[in-house]
Design a binder for this molecule. Structure first.
Ligand code: HEM
Length: 157
């Protein structure tokens, strides 16, 4: 089950990236094209938020109870998590970056329900999603990252 959860967490990254890109494009074209707010756009933003929240729940489990979890790992004598690049990434940098990104995604979705003009909805959502995308890209353990790198797809090496 543990492996399945890591695999799902890994795979959901692609779902989030694709949905986030579509959300950004929708928000940008709505904003620049001065379009009336569309129910379909709200739906895509909602799916983006839901996939991010599921990934968050899986991540929370990993960071506490996973194979390198805070509660399941004993660091070697004299080592602190902040001095160890691997544990600093998985216990602090990755969770913190992703939680910030997920808050931004939630705020972006929230614009769909705000009582403001459609232009402001699209514009603010665009910025929230765009910054979230940059933070997600910067916080993913891409395979080319030293020490913390993980496979492109679940189960690959
Ligand atoms: C947008 C949100 C997130 C994305 C896209 C994401 C992406 C990833 C990816 C691609 C991996 C590598 C998985 C593998 O080894 O195959 C990973 C691992 C991990 N993530 Fe996330 N993550 C997100 C949010 C979070 C959050 C919020 C937390 C903690 C609160 C978290 C904690 C972890 C941990 C602890 C691992 C290592 C798991 C292990 O190897 O046992 N992640 N994440």
């Amino acid at each position: 089950m543990q492996t399945g959860m890591v695999h799902l967490h890994n795979f959901l990254r692609w779902v989030i990236l694709v949905l986030l890109l579509v959300s950004i494009l929708k928000a940008y074209s709505g904003w620049q094209g001065k379009k009336a707010f569309a129910a379909g756009d709200k739906k895509i933003w909602l799916f983006t938020m839901i996939s991010a929240h599921i990934t968050l729940l899986l991540g929370l489990y990993q960071v506490f109870m996973g194979r390198y979890g805070i509660l399941t790992t004993t660091l070697p004598e004299g080592t602190s998590a902040m001095k160890d690049k691997f544990f600093r990434f998985y216990w602090v940098e990755h969770p913190l970056g992703m939680v910030i990104a997920i808050i931004l995604i939630t705020l972006g979705y929230g614009m769909a329900k705000k009582a403001v003009s459609d232009e402001i909805k699209y514009k603010k959502a665009f910025y929230y999603f765009f910054i979230a995308l940059i933070v997600v890209l910067a916080s993913i353990p891409w395979p080319f990252r030293e020490i913390v790198g993980r496979p492109w797809f679940p189960g690959m090496n």
